[in-house]
Design a protein around this ligand. Structure first.
Ligand code: ADP
Length: 377
């Protein structure tokens, strides 16, 4: 018998599940959006993930369907369940990662700390929230945002007119999400894996550094994270994973406020950029853990290999020439750094790879990782 996993979506997250699948003898198949995507190595089908028949046909020969992204429509997921296909995370959990207003509503029910928020249907309601929160607020499109697209700091209710207009055109309709502008010291992420049988594995809380709304670096563990912060972050993530019925990897993005509170920013129910450090820095990488969790296999230990691991994203890549040409120079200057490339063409701002460095001294590790990543600029 062979375990068979089907991944919907052919991006770098699916790609990075391939190596641990091969190591564990898992048959991994990918439904990619197009030819030549990052996970082309395992793509068994190219097709539209929004089409139920396409996804059902893809799912016929696998034990479980999981995802590289959160965009598979709910009706498609329910069609899989109706056909008897195991889906992890399931639609009831994934909807909280697909819609930020639903997420805020559910976290409020669970009593999980989060920024003040409201669902607003027009510029007047938005203005009211801004006035009530010191003259500024963060407006978000509830669906389809990523890497800061769909997030806007505003001072006037009129500044989201284009998004209100787009929602009015959208058959699903709905409101915009508005949140208080959180005065945070830094951003953290807490990852946890949960399997269908309810087993849980928690990773150390990490610091994530964003530039222009995009994750630039991750430091594991978060510097200065003592027992209290570590425990509170882990407890929040397990409460969310259990409360929402998440299966597979869950990333909880957090704000550490200047008055020492932890507030949930958002959730990702799949391997996440904040966990790329685990490929080289943890006994069980997030990609292996995700496969174990969705197959309901026992989870792996998450102990780190070194006191510090730093992950630096390669964003954009070189303006001239390909990424491959830069590999020998990076390898020879930084033989201790692990390079991960996604098989994507360079394009400004695009996540095309990352590097991981690990070691005893944070300053040295961060320097190595940044210097290695800079070879790809
Ligand atoms: P995306 O879904 O595009 O990743 P996020 O909701 O994570 O969007 O927001 C992107 C970034 O915007 C966050 O990492 C944070 O830096 C900033 N941000 C988001 N919400 C708030 C908020 N309520 N207060 C302050 N900054 C915020």
């Amino acid at each position: 018998m062979t375990y068979r996993v089907g991944v919907v979506g052919g991006g770098q997250l699916a790609r990075m599940m391939i190596a641990p699948a091969v190591e564990l003898g898992i048959d991994i198949r990918v439904l990619a959006e197009a030819e030549g995507m990052s996970a082309a190595l395992a793509a068994t089908q190219v097709g539209d993930y929004r089409d139920a028949d396409t996804v059902l046909a893809f799912a016929r020969d696998v034990d479980v369907v999981t995802f590289d992204h959160e965009h598979v429509p709910q009706p498609v997921m329910h069609a899989l369940l109706a056909a008897g296909v195991a889906v992890h995370p399931g639609p009831a959990a994934l909807e909280f990662a697909q819609d930020k207003i639903r997420m805020r509503t559910r976290l409020a029910e669970l009593g999980v700390p989060q920024p003040d928020w409201a669902a607003v249907s027009d510029a007047d309601a938005l203005q009211q929230f801004i006035d009530d929160h010191g003259g500024r607020a963060v407006v978000k499109t509830p669906r389809g945002g990523y890497d800061g697209k769909g997030v806007r700091v505003v001072e006037h209710g009129t500044e989201a007119a284009d998004w209100f207009a787009a929602l009015a055109e959208d058959a699903r309709g709905g409101d915009l999400l508005v949140e208080e502008l959180v005065d945070f010291r830094r951003e953290l992420a807490q990852q946890i894996a949960r399997s269908p049988r309810g087993e849980i594995a928690t990773y150390p809380v990490v610091e994530t550094v964003q530039r222009d709304g995009v994750c630039a670096e991750v430091v594991a563990p978060a510097p200065g994270a003592g027992a209290r912060l570590t425990d509170v972050a882990a407890a929040m993530a397990s409460e969310i994973a259990n409360g929402l019925g998440v299966t597979g990897m869950l990333a909880v993005e957090l704000f550490e406020t200047t008055d020492d509170r932890l507030l949930v920013n958002e959730l990702a129910m799949r391997p996440h950029n904040s966990g790329h450090w685990t490929q080289d820095g943890s006994l069980t990488s997030q990609f292996e853990q995700h496969l174990r969790a969705v197959l309901d296999l026992p989870l792996g230990l998450t102990a780190p290999h070194a006191p510090w691991t730093v992950m630096v994203n390669v964003l954009g890549g070189p303006a001239e020439g390909g990424l491959a040409e830069r590999v020998p120079g990076a390898m020879s200057a930084h033989p201790g750094v692990k390079i991960h490339l996604y098989g994507k063409d360079p394009r400004p701002g695009r996540k095309v790879g990352h590097v991981n460095a690990l070691g005893e001294e944070l300053d040295d590790v961060a320097y190595e990782a940044r210097a290695a990543a800079a070879h790809f600029d």
